[in-house]
Design a protein around this ligand. Sequence first.
Ligand code: PMP
Ligand code: GLU
Length: 394
Amino acid sequence: MSKIQNISGFMGKMQPSATLSITSKAKELKAAGRDICSMSAGEPDFDTPQAIKDACIKALEEGKIGYTPASGLPELRQAVADKFMKENNIKTSMAQCVVAPGAKFSVFTAVATLCGPGDEVILLSPYWVSYPEMVTATGAKIVVIETKAENNFEVTEEQLAAAVTENTKLLILNSPSNPCGSIYSLETLQMIAKSAIDNDYMVLSDEIYEKLVFDEKYPHISIASLSDEINERTITVNGLSKAYSMTGWRLGYLTAPLWLAKRIIAFQSHTTSNATTFAQYGALEALKGSVDDEVEAMRQAFAERSKLIYELVNDIDGLSAVKPTGAFYLFIDVSSFGLNDEEFADRLLEEYEVAAIPGAPFGAPGFIRLSYACDEATIRKAVQRLAACCDSLR
Ligand code: PMP
Ligand code: GLU
């Protein structure tokens, strides 16, 4: 091999995203005429609310086609700050809020500006596929804590105490969780906050699924709202993709302590510059609250689908899943069938035409993830096929 292909940096070591590659494969098979039930895509199946589209179209027609500041339109940053203060009870200011092309990039800018070789980053498995790759890209070391279904996939105090060292720089938290569909309790968030303060590390709280919650007993709580001390150590990430069905618009945002927000803005100013200008006007309309009824209707649809898929899947012998309380994923233990999760997902796709994501890329071998961001008929058909696949393995 020529030396030009010898990748010496950390960035080039990233592996492709399993969620995106399996979703594209399912789309290709569908385009080739196969009757695939696509349960792999982490994106809502609804259209973006019309008022958001109209605001974007108006901006384009008014010629809003130039650059904005790298940190985002000032009025959108202000709307983001207002949202965090009003909805999440997080003390922040416009100067601390940064708009980016997608929450994925917001997570990355925070990890990249904060971490490097010598640092340790705690991930709570099952975690979203992109976190370990992003950490690896900075040269920091990944420390994984395996959370358990019987603990509602929440980290325990003992587990956290055993994982923290003097090199711990960051812990990444995602509630409501992709892929578990679970929500962290106030008690666990308080425990994590205390650990971060006592041991001097930061927390990145990815709250992209915050609006998709299904049970009043499990409300979404922002860890940064718990006290000023934890707020000074927390980056809260959110975005428009899931709540407003705007995945392709590529719009995310974060709030961070001012010293870090400044570094993140500097990083964006040399990498992406601003998120697409006219798309930002759509986000401004969304955050103004004019489409809140539509957001609520989508939440209700997800809540109904969640109940349906959970009941149907748990009726199948040999499968078990924790009841989802948020997001739009069902994370299913398939380990009783004697295949590993990748073999199971391959068989399910190739022979039963259901696209699912295996658990291994989420750090949870033995599981598969089904996304129920699809209509009820597709959910029923996919679960029937899943049952047939399980029958064939008994
Ligand atoms: N965080 C989590 C946990 C996600 O599932 C996603 C989904 N893509 C993102 C962040 C990023 O979302 P986006 O880049 O579309 O805003
Ligand atoms: N986050 C979604 C998922 O987990 C979308 C794909 C991605 O960005 O990874 O499927």
